[in-house]
Design a protein around this ligand. Sequence first.
Ligand SMILES: O=C(O)CCC(=O)C(=O)O
Ligand SMILES: [Fe+2]
Length: 342
Amino acid sequence: MTPLATNPSHRQLPVIDLSAADRGPRERALLHAQLHGAAHDVGFFQLVGHGVGERETEALLSAMRAFFALPEAERLALDNVNSPHFRGYTRTGDERTGGRRDWRDQLDIGAERPARAPGPDEPAYWWLQGPNQWPAGLPELRTAALAWIDRLSAVAGKLLHELLASIGAPAGFYDPVFGERAHPHLKLVRYPGSAGDGAGQGVGAHKDYGFLTLLLQDGVGGLQVQREDGAFHDVPPLPGAFVVNLGELLEVATDGYLVATNHRVVSPPSAVERFSVPFFYNPRLDARVEPLPFPHASAAPGVSDDPANPLFAEYGFNELKGKLRAHPLVAERHHAELLSPA
Ligand SMILES: O=C(O)CCC(=O)C(=O)O
Ligand SMILES: [Fe+2]
């Protein structure tokens, strides 16, 4: 072994088989031990045995490829700059993470609900609720994306139950913040090679805002997770698996016992495109995440204290902070009153 080799235990994320939950108490106990370790130590793992089949996945991916193959004018007809709800298409270079330009284009999709412009006494996060923007000539995209949101909401719900049980908490403790008014979110993302500015920022280091993220990535690679050593380590693509990471609300819920982990994407080499589909399992916008009762609560270190990234227990505020930061063009056009003076 050369001194430069990465520690293999750092390179490989845990692989968790969710179907073990249905194979009797012994297998379920083993699953819980693995989940507990992965969620507490890393906050990232590969999920297999989730039951989502190749047909459903291919329906989503082929609609997605068709979308990104549309002429730019047709994609820009859905420009999110026209949506006060941060829905629609973001062209490459218009998104920011850590104050720097991300080199990816994407379509942001959420639950299909009518717009709700908040009144003067209502929280501003109601702006996040509103209609999606769909490409007129690609009805199959709407069908596949909404089906994916339903399907992955069910998988994520089951996973959250097992995860809470794995740390000795009541499995259904957060059920009331999901249900009919949950606020799931889906992104269809393309990384079109590198920007040529030397930064290689596909998307900059960040944490996700909600409970759990289930990511479908293609075979190109580039996703990296920050590990205990502070360095960013590759998350190699595993066919058929979802990469799962814990969001900020689970860190808030457990006072830091479970970790929301920083991650980023390094741009693929020029002329190589990478596609990914992150699904964010988020609760109602007006959900206030109560502290989770669980036996390890006294061992919790507290949530991370980053003045540049405060964590909010009321979910809508947590998402709104991120959206205003990531989409400055939408924020300036529609929400100037929410931006703090520079
Ligand atoms: O594209 C990826 O692999 C990750 C994307 C991501 O982390 C995000 O959009 O929050
Ligand atoms: Fe993310």
